[in-house]
Design a binder for this molecule. Structure first.
Ligand code: CA
Length: 328
């Protein structure tokens, strides 16, 4: 401390040309004088150092160059590998893009497949429902079939019953037919009795009415028509015999007349007048006396009993009505 204080108190200054400098008590030695003896040593040291550095660098280069070149080679190799990988990556990228499109298409197809699967699922449900219904119907049909089998087992018995029923039906039909015949006969008898009660006689499916009063031929026909009949026709020997016997020998108008003096004889009930009827005229008749005998009568009680007579004469008469079965 004391030496420092002493040096502080002994400070000086000099003016060298334009430079002003401060220094301690003693003025510093001039540099030109102090550096001159040290310069060669320094240069040598520096040269040595530089030589050492050069040598060291050469050695280092000799050592490191192969390693460095190898490293560079490795780096190049790695760079090429990386490049190839990058190329591969770009290729993969394009493939990925392609595959991305395929994936989208596949996604759409998957959606379509899903929709189809939904549709299939709904159809499966429908089919399931249909199958259940079909099963129910099969069960129903099976029951029905069992009932049919049961009925089939009864068929022989039913057939026997049917045979019995058929026999009974035949008997019933026969009885019904007989009953119908009986009814018909009863109706016929009833009809005949009714007509007979009114004064008619029944012979060979015809009713005959023998009058008790005398009328002209035309009035007699009018009377018969009022009773749904006509003056009688004669179509057979039996009928002729029945009529003359019924007349009892008294003259009775019959339904035989002719149109005018030269006309042909005809039956008023439209029965055809055949040659068979000619045999029932009295011998010598018809003689058409006075050209005025145009109507015929049964005159006597014999097979040949017909006489032509004047239609205006009043005689008894015979009406004839065919029998027709009355409705039940
Ligand atoms: Ca006559």
């Amino acid at each position: 401390m004391k030496a420092a204080e002493k040096e502080a108190h002994d400070a000086h200054f000099t003016v060298d040309k334009q430079n002003i400098a401060l220094w301690p008590r003693e003025p510093p030695p001039k540099q030109a004088l102090s550096l001159h003896p040290r310069k060669p040593l320094t240069i040598r040291v520096v040269l040595i150092c530089l030589s050492l550095v050069v040598v060291a660098s050469i050695v280092l280069q000799a050592i490191l160059y192969p390693w460095f070149m190898g490293t560079i080679s490795d780096v190049n190799t790695n760079a090429q590998m990386l490049k190839s990988r990058v190329d591969n990556m770009s290729t993969l990228g394009s493939e990925i893009e392609k595959n991305s499109g395929s994936v989208k298409v596949a996604g759409v197809q998957i959606q379509m497949v899903n929709a189809s699967l939904d549709n299939v699922h709904s159809q499966v449900l429908i089919l399931k429902t249909s199958v259940e219904k079909a099963n129910a119907q099969i069960q129903s049909l099976r029951k029905t079939w069992e009932e049919v089998d049961h009925l089939n087992a009864k068929i022989p018995e039913l057939k026997r019953d049917l045979d019995k029923a058929s026999a009974l039906n035949a008997m019933v039909r026969a009885l019904q037919s007989r009953l119908d015949s009986i009814n018909k006969l009863l109706r016929r008898q009833s009809d005949i009795l009714q007509m007979v009660s009114q004064g008619w006689k029944f012979f060979r499916e015809n009713f005959y009415y023998f009058s008790h009063i005398s009328k002209t031929w035309y009035s007699a026909e009018q009377f018969c028509m009022s009773k749904d009949s006509h003056l009688t026709s004669v179509t057979s020997r039996d009928e002729q015999e029945f009529l003359y016997k019924g007349a009892g020998g008294l003259p009775n108008w019959i339904g035989l007349t002719k149109a005018g003096s030269e006309g042909k004889w005809y039956w008023v009930d439209d029965t055809p007048f055949n040659k068979e009827s000619v045999r029932f005229w009295l011998p010598g008749e018809p003689n058409n006396v006075g050209n005025s005998e145009h109507c015929a009568s049964i005159k006597v009680s014999s097979l040949q009993s017909w006489n032509d007579d004047s239609c205006d004469n009043k005689l008894l008469f015979i009406c004839k009505q065919p029998y027709i079965q009355s409705e039940p």
